[in-house]
Design a protein around this ligand. Structure first.
Ligand code: 16G
Length: 245
């Protein structure tokens, strides 16, 4: 990434050209797997590009799973195993799943509030007439990489203050004694629609997974009805199967 090589480059927005340069470097082996990348500031100095342009290129690479960012230690070339192996037999939360792997989680809020339920929510949550619903919708990231869009609906008496959810929903439910103990989950294949693909940092039409989880308290009451869209290129779902008796 010398300024001379940079200036030789073809047309296109600057951040795209920089992203392409880094991708080329990884492809040719100039930047091996797990190699640390220079800090944004250094890349800006080396290329003569603005910090904003460099940051945009780096975020794009994180979104695509090509590089990973670790808080406090910088950016690295991904090690070639960007998929998360997710067990299908444990009722865990996104935060727990990612923290167990040593990933930092972050949330981009799409919605957090109390609403009149849709007919689908009334059915799914077995609400009685007039009962309101708490909705929280968020884009979930692991090490800066978008992984899933989750839209959760809960009966309002289970989550009276949706604003209280800062990171983990299950942590808030745990504190109020309403963490689910059982869930049913339906997974189906989809092609990511334009808007969702954009949020997840991938091309529209790419493979994704639609996951619908309904979870229950010990007394069988429905706690959560969550519709999620997961990146198909970021997950492997794994289940242990046993011979039936
Ligand atoms: C998982 C669940 C989601 C649940 C969330 C709680 C799937 C497909 N979804 O992502 O239903 O609401 O965990 O995570 O597994 P949190 O406690 O980190 O908010």
């Amino acid at each position: 990434l010398t300024p001379a090589a940079w200036l030789d480059d073809a047309a296109g927005p600057r951040y795209v050209r920089l992203r392409q340069r880094i991708e080329d470097g990884i492809e040719t082996g100039l930047l091996p797997k797990s190699a640390p990348l220079p800090a944004e500031r250094e890349i800006a100095t080396l290329t003569g590009l603005s910090r904003v342009t460099v940051r945009r290129a780096m975020q794009d690479l994180v979104d695509r799973g090509i590089i990973v960012q670790r808080q406090g230690s910088g950016s690295f070339v991904a090690d070639g195993t960007p998929k998360v192996e997710q067990s299908l037999s444990q009722l865990t939360s996104f935060t727990e799943d990612m923290e167990r792997r040593g990933y930092d989680t972050s949330v981009e809020w799409l919605e957090r509030g109390i609403h009149t339920p849709s007919p689908e929510e009334v059915m799914a949550l077995a609400l009685t007439s007039g009962e309101a619903v708490a909705r929280i919708a968020r884009l979930r990231r692991a090490n800066g990489r978008p992984m899933a869009i989750e839209r959760a609906s809960l009966p309002v008496d289970i989550l009276p203050n949706p604003q209280a959810v800062r990171g983990s929903l299950y942590e808030v439910l745990e504190q109020s004694g309403s963490r689910p103990v059982r869930a049913l989950q339906r997974i189906s294949a989809i092609n990511l629609p334009e808007q969702e693909a954009q949020m997840l940092g991938v091309e529209p039409g790419m493979a994704g997974l639609s996951i619908v989880r309904t979870s229950y308290l010990r007394n069988r009451r429905v706690v959560e009805f969550t519709r999620s869209i997961y990146r198909g290129d970021a997950y492997d779902f794994v289940a242990e199967l046993r011979l039936g008796t």
